[in-house]
Design a binder for this molecule. Sequence first.
Ligand SMILES: Nc1nc2c(ncn2[C@@H]2O[C@H](COP(=O)(O)OP(=O)(O)OP(=O)(O)O)[C@@H](O)[C@H]2O)c(=O)[nH]1
Ligand SMILES: [Zn+2]
Length: 344
Amino acid sequence: MKKRQYDEDDVRVRPGKGSRPRTRIRPAHDDAVEGFVVAVDRGRYTTLVHPEKGSAARRRQEARLVVAMKARELGRKGIVVGDRVALVGDVSGRPDTLARVVRVEPRTSMLRRSADDTDDTDGIERPVVANADQLVIVTALADPPPRPRMIDRILVAAFDADIDPLLCLTKSDLAPPDALVALYEPLGVPHVVVHKGGALDKLRDHLRGHVSVLVGHSGVGKSTLVNALVPDANRAVSQVNAVTGRGRHTSTSAVALELPEGGWIIDTPGVRSFGLAHVSVETVLAGFPDLVEGTVHCPKGCTHLGEGCALDAWVAAGHAGPARLESLRRLLSSREGAPDEPAT
Ligand SMILES: Nc1nc2c(ncn2[C@@H]2O[C@H](COP(=O)(O)OP(=O)(O)OP(=O)(O)O)[C@@H](O)[C@H]2O)c(=O)[nH]1
Ligand SMILES: [Zn+2]
């Protein structure tokens, strides 16, 4: 089911003069240190570098920010937040120093946003975050009301990128989660319910050791959550901004924060949703294994949205629940660019 080429623009290192040929087992720069890209701004990559020795907790505590630029040999290869890179040169992280990125490690995933995002109409599909393995859809149970269409869009984006979704329902002090849980549990989407000041143990269990991207509309409580999960989140973000030289109010791109218990959360303030123009009907269907078989009787090029679609008969015959088909059709039509609608 994996069809994306994560490293389509992967680096090709020119063989060095007179040195023995480089192989996969022998990296180009033996002395390079590993950095995790936490922010990207105008050709400057802010990375977090951990000391080589010490316990995991100690290494996290003593990690340093190192700003780097791309080495010429990387050519046009893009580097995004979440990338693991090899750094050479001045990797001290001292003020006004600049390291060089000589290698981008192979990616396990790439989250993209595409042309039909309402705030991005230039028609370009952009990589957003590399190596995420979890997409956390932050949705308030009330104030603002949940938007199922938006959740569906993000779910398809997650399926498309092979990233596991997690529904994080916030503000449970204002409304019960039951209705939303009933909608998404049949899809196999795991969920956690949180509220400000409440316990976060279950959420932490889901996040530990993962690279999780947080998406959600303004006001759903994402910052509240980030601050609770990463005690010094504000300080970490302003450090990143100070290092990259961008002002607080302009920091609308993704920033990765390391969790005290291990793992990363990547906040994407500028990304409210994901365009799905590049996602095929097949990919959407892949999220519905109980319906896929029913589509073999569909007319060629069926949109599965009604009229002649064999899925109605499939459901009528009891092979899958009507709610499943309704949900598939919601996903397919939201993919066609139908606007988000508040829950009724
Ligand atoms: N009742 C209630 N209010 C909450 C909860 N979590 C956050 N809030 C409030 O909701 C408002 C929005 O919270 P933020 O954390 O700023 O939301 P955000 O998603 O980061 O929003 P932006 O900063 O606009 O992206 C604030 O007034 C919070 O105090 C909650 O669990 N319950
Ligand atoms: Zn059909």
